[in-house]
Design a protein around this ligand. Sequence first.
Ligand SMILES: Cc1cc2nc3c(=O)[nH]c(=O)nc-3n(C[C@H](O)[C@H](O)[C@H](O)COP(=O)(O)O)c2cc1C
Length: 348
Amino acid sequence: MSKIFKPLTLRSVTLKNRIVMAPMLMYTGQEDGTVNDLHLAHYGARALGGVGLITSEVVAVAPQGRISHTDLGLWEDAQIEGLARLSKMIRTCGAKSSLQLAHAGRKSSVEGEIVAASAIAYSDIHRTPAQLTTDEIKEIVRAYARATERARKTGFDCLEIHAAHGYLIHGFLSPLTNQRSDEYGGNEENRNRLLIEIVTAVREIWPQDKPLIVRLSAEDKAGTGGNTVDVTTRLCASLKALGVDLLGISAGGLTPTFDGEIFPGYLVPYASHVRKELNMPVGCNGSITSSELIESILHSGSSDVVYVGRELLRNPFWLLDVAKAAGVELPLAIPTYARATGPYVRGH
Ligand SMILES: Cc1cc2nc3c(=O)[nH]c(=O)nc-3n(C[C@H](O)[C@H](O)[C@H](O)COP(=O)(O)O)c2cc1C
């Protein structure tokens, strides 16, 4: 019995299956941070391909929070319309949509000053960020709140806060990149404060009937002294209490190297640990491409959904192949496609 195609309901949103398209920055945008035709075609193809939940690439809450000058943004009202068009198009193609809000912190490559928890560069070829002042941190929390107000108007079904992979929020969470001595640095509670404040502000604004997702790196995987899955699980308990509905459990990204082996499903144990400790929905990711592996992840209770990234870049219709192999008949967003799978009927 396939679990991949079993629906999952989070608040008022029902995903038709357990496959989430992982957020992936496509570098196809332009300086104004608005959606263009390539975004529509790219996400539309994956929605037609049967994916249950399409996550957008990073959407920056501030211009200096972009990873690159090609990122999408929600720092001004003019950016709402294109994202609204994108969410409508994803819905029309039969999928649910999730918008990923982010601030790149020290991993930003945009011109001008870049900012982070502490003045520590990501690598030898990256610029050293300016350490944010306490007032500037509070302004970033307000930027997330304002972006969420705008996200409400885009019609996206879910909102995801990117707190993983070494971007601004993760940089605060980890003792390796946060050397502050104010209330945003030092002990675990202080390092978690920025994310807790953002999630508190966002959950108040994001509609109560819509799910809120947080993506985290369960472990820093950047040498000794970094956060471990036990530290992250304690943070996840606080996020659950604040009304987060799903945790996307990833790892690493804090530094250019990954301290561990990479193989299909290598991050699953972290997601499984958090799910079992907290009894809340989680998603895993990491080089997962086979339906057998996904079924075993879902059946063993290691995750509730599986984020699939690069496999969906290679083949937007990968899930249709998986369904066919499993003998599952999916409702087609364009019913005429069935004419290509049934007996040939002449007439055109
Ligand atoms: C081209 C590319 C862009 C990415 N951009 C993002 C992003 O915008 N936000 C994010 O959280 N992760 C991003 N990631 C990480 C993916 O979401 C995912 O975690 C990673 O690709 C591993 O999953 P996979 O092995 O299924 O591809 C990106 C990955 C790739 C390959």
